[in-house]
Design a protein around this ligand. Structure first.
Ligand SMILES: [Zn+2]
Length: 189
């Protein structure tokens, strides 16, 4: 998982009772540097077919940093796109040439093989490109992360402990300890 290679010290994990599509409240400060936020950092975590996303506040400077790529990263992405396209076409041609049967079936199998082969190659290059990220870019990306999730919970960590505390306070009603009482119909103020 992405949390495996963290170089920065992260906050205590914050688990919120939040289902897909529900949002978390953030202070209007950049999660990476604390400046006033005008942009968004999309956090995501994937497990198998399930993906959870969340937007965190980001300032314009950090957003620019996030878009910046190292030369090596750019090169890997370009080469990856080219190799993925070539491998996809080769897979399509090979399947169409080697598999018997109706033309539409060969075409369908060829298209499936082409997209699977291209996706596999692209994933290999993308992983290497991510490893070649600029340290400053990686720091912005690591400022807030979804480290775990279930169908009803999401666990976040932050590079900045003060941000973690602020998010905990803003979302006190979503803390697992607070929610069962609400669900049981206890009066709330
Ligand atoms: Zn910032």
């Amino acid at each position: 998982m992405t949390a495996a290679r963290q170089s920065v010290i992260m906050s205590q994990p914050l688990t919120l009772r939040i289902r897909p599509g529900e949002s978390v409240r953030f202070p209007n400060h950049c999660v990476a540097c604390g400046q006033p936020a005008t942009e968004r950092l999309m956090l995501h975590n994937r497990r198998g077919q399930l993906t959870r996303r969340l937007d965190a506040p980001l300032c314009a400077d950090c957003a620019r940093q996030l878009a910046r790529r190292s030369g090596r990263e750019e090169q890997l992405r370009r080469t990856g796109a080219l190799v993925a396209a070539v491998v996809g076409v080769l897979a399509l041609v090979a399947v169409v040439a080697l598999v018997g049967g109706a033309w539409w079936l060969r075409g369908l199998l060829g298209a499936l093989a082409a997209s699977a082969a291209a996706a596999f190659v692209w994933a290999l290059f993308r992983r290497r490109a991510e490893a070649a990220q600029l340290p400053e870019t990686r720091a912005v990306r690591a400022a807030a992360q979804i480290v775990d999730f279930t169908w009803r919970d999401m666990t976040l960590v932050f590079a900045d402990e003060a941000m973690a505390t602020a998010v905990r306070e803003l979302n006190a009603a979503l803390l697992p300890a607070a929610v069962p009482q609400l669900e049981a119909g206890e009066p709330t103020i």
